[in-house]
Design a protein around this ligand. Structure first.
Ligand code: P6P
Length: 338
């Protein structure tokens, strides 16, 4: 018997009562995120054509100014979110500071990386849009820092769109994680991965070992352990695109690592646009996310672009990693190089 398909819209309506505030608000926010993602998906898929068709890259066939895809994605998301009137402020990896919609009655703040890993487009590697949704704490008067920069535990929703062999939306509102695959023939996201959970087994690690020499001792000891002491060798898988690496680990089991180093104790990834949304999704899927010393979701952010080490994936594996870092050296401490 043919499985009954469920569209994203049908799913949200069915689950709307799970969204912690007035019904209908989340469906509007996710609508305002999903619409531009379809446009971004179209542009990502034809990005390679810019070279094949010999376009200058400055103007396209229609004579329009071709923007870098990440700037294009950023503007598409900002335009859609503010037009949807649910969102009063946006923090984007592409903008130095928050974008405030003056006079907005919107109650939500969206933090996003509109096109994470965009450098991979040229080599046809999967990339993604990452988003976090917060509700303002003060409903009246001007937005305050406590509205704009909240702990990850205060997220009301988080998700990503993966532009890969297929285009997928994976999100949570705090009641589990669900995945939807875009059916290009009808332009609808269909529920394809209900109630996503990390597999119990973790046999894969994802890290850029090119930075190994600068890792702290605790991180090095963990890597030595899984290579030397594990009953079966782990698989090493690293795409260099956070959404793609995370998504594979969520489906197959694994730990993703972007450690701090001696030169950059806080690593490369941003707390607000990358670590927090992935941490919320991971914990809702039975996993865990840590700086190596503390739970990502408990960090009180100081600035929009602050960076953090990120270890995320199977809970047992991330806790094991924390043990090595606590025993052999902290991510924030300069270890005396032997
Ligand atoms: P590295 C992509 O540029 C990104 O922000 C993440 O998507 C990815 O996980 C990371 O950087 C890759 O960084 O230093 O390994 O190239």
């Amino acid at each position: 018997m043919e499985r009954k398909v469920k569209t994203l819209e049908q799913f949200i309506i069915q689950k709307e009562q799970n969204f912690p505030y007035a019904t209908g608000q989340f469906s509007k926010i996710i609508r305002d995120i999903v619409l531009p993602s379809r446009i971004i998906n179209r542009e990502v898929n034809k990005a390679g054509l810019v070279d094949i068709l010999g376009l200058t890259g400055d103007t396209n066939i229609q004579g329009e100014q071709v923007q870098k895809l990440d700037l294009f994605a950023n503007e598409a998301m900002i335009d859609s979110l503010f037009k949807g009137r649910m969102v009063c402020a946006i923090g984007s990896e592409e903008n130095d500071d928050f974008i405030i919609k003056e006079g907005s009655t919107g109650k939500y703040i969206v933090l996003m990386d509109p096109l994470d890993g965009s450098s991979n487009i040229d080599v046809n590697v999967s990339i993604g849009t990452i988003f976090s949704v917060y509700r303002r704490k003060n409903m009246d008067g001007p937005l305050k820092k406590e509205d704009l920069l909240q702990k990850g535990v205060d997220q009301v929703a988080a998700g990503y769109i993966l532009y890969g062999s297929s285009t997928m939306l994976v999100y949570t509102t705090g009641h589990g994680v669900n995945g939807f695959t875009l059916d290009p023939s009808i332009g609808e996201f269909l529920l394809s991965h209900p109630n996503m959970k990390f597999p119990d087994k973790c046999d894969t690690y994802s890290v850029n070992e090119g930075h190994y020499r600068n890792f702290f001792e605790g991180t090095k000891e963990y890597l030595r352990h899984i290579k030397r002491d594990s009953p079966k060798p782990y698989k090493s898988r690293y795409i260099g695109s956070l959404v793609a690496d995370f998504h594979r680990n969520l489906l197959k089991g694994g730990i993703f690592m972007y450690p701090g180093t001696v030169e950059k104790p806080n690593g490369k990834l941003r707390l607000t646009f990358e670590a927090n949304p992935m941490a919320f999704i991971a914990e809702q899927a039975g996993g865990y996310a840590s700086t190596g010393l503390e739970r990502i979701l408990e960090i009180d952010p100081d600035t929009l672009h602050q960076r953090t080490p990120l270890f995320v994936g199977n809970k047992e594996e991330v806790l094991k990693l924390e043990g090595f870092i606590r025993k052999y050296g902290k991510t924030g401490e300069t270890i005396i190089q032997s």
